[in-house]
Write a protein that binds this ligand. Structure first.
Ligand code: DGL
Length: 278
């Protein structure tokens, strides 16, 4: 039964660029009734080779912008933002300025999915340089399953190539990124960046049948649905008109083709200005 709209709140989905559209698409498919605002910080992409302080500032400002668009909940689809900014946003920013809003990340749900059986697995992570340097996946996995082993490898070239629509070149560099992980006999491989699911068939081919490829598009939507079912204080404040908005901080004519590939159809992007003062 379709329930009438409860509140006027939206769900925000944030990424450093357009890669998060892959997750957004999967979320929309599972929860078509809610109103969503996607924000891609295309002006400041890539986050993956920026210092922690910058990633925090950009992410916090983007979250604040989304809150001002009536988002009650923001999902940081970006692994780099989840790794470098989420904790501080949850501990400092929200309690002080927005105590009744929530920001969720993707790292812990991804580890729960990768290490589902708690079977002291050997897990590989492919991510941006900043995510790998933070060692967030390693630090959080120890808390979930102290016996599991994790190996992290940075793939600095992939994001830019994907955002430029140079998929062939990205596929070529994949082999060298995967080699050190495959030599550790990993059993699961986390695609620790919003953009990598786009290469998942190529990655699966290179990784072989013995490696379970953990792609966030496959379970983050379910985790979000589950979160909303357990948090009526947020859920009841959300509107259900099935609206979607796509905001970016800098427009480039390539984006139409990239969005079509990532999202499956042409999108109307609104270019917005985020103020970084204060
Ligand atoms: N979206 C980022 C992530 O998931 C990757 C792109 C970037 O470097 O900004 O880690």
């Amino acid at each position: 039964m379709i329930k009438p709209s409860d509140g006027n709140g939206k769900i925000g989905i944030f990424d450093s660029g357009l890669g998060g559209l892959v997750i957004a698409r999967a979320i929309f498919k599972l929860m078509p009734q809610y109103d969503f605002v996607y924000l891609g910080d295309t002006k400041n992409l890539p986050y993956g080779n920026r210092p922690k302080k910058e990633v925090y500032n950009f992410t916090r400002k983007a979250v604040e912008y989304l809150f001002k668009q009536d988002c009650r909940l923001v999902v940081l689809a970006c692994n780099t933002a989840s790794a470098l900014a989420l904790r501080r946003i949850q501990r400092e920013f929200l309690p002080k300025y927005y105590p009744d809003r929530r920001v969720l990340g993707v790292v812990i749900p991804t580890l729960e999915q990768a290490d589902k059986k708690h079977s002291s697995e050997v897990i590989g992570v492919l991510a941006t340089e900043a995510t790998v340097d933070s060692h967030i996946y390693k630090k959080e996995l120890v808390k979930i399953d102290p016996r599991a082993k994790i190996f992290e490898v940075a793939a600095p070239k992939l994001v830019t190539l994907i955002e430029q629509n140079s998929l062939q070149k990205a596929e070529n560099s994949l082999k060298s990124y995967l080699k050190p992980l495959l030599s550790k006999n990993i059993e699961a491989l986390i695609l620790g960046c919003t953009h990598y699911p786009l290469l998942s068939s190529e990655i699966k081919k290179l990784a072989g049948n013995n490696v379970r490829v953990v792609s966030q598009t496959n379970f983050i939507p379910d985790k979000l649905k589950d979160y909303l079912s357990r948090h009526p204080e947020i859920r009841t404040k959300l509107s259900r008109r099935g609206k979607r908005e796509f905001l970016i901080t800098s427009y480039n004519k390539n984006f139409n083709a990239v969005a079509k590939r990532l999202f499956g159809k042409k999108l109307y992007f609104e270019e917005i200005v985020v103020s970084y003062e204060t």
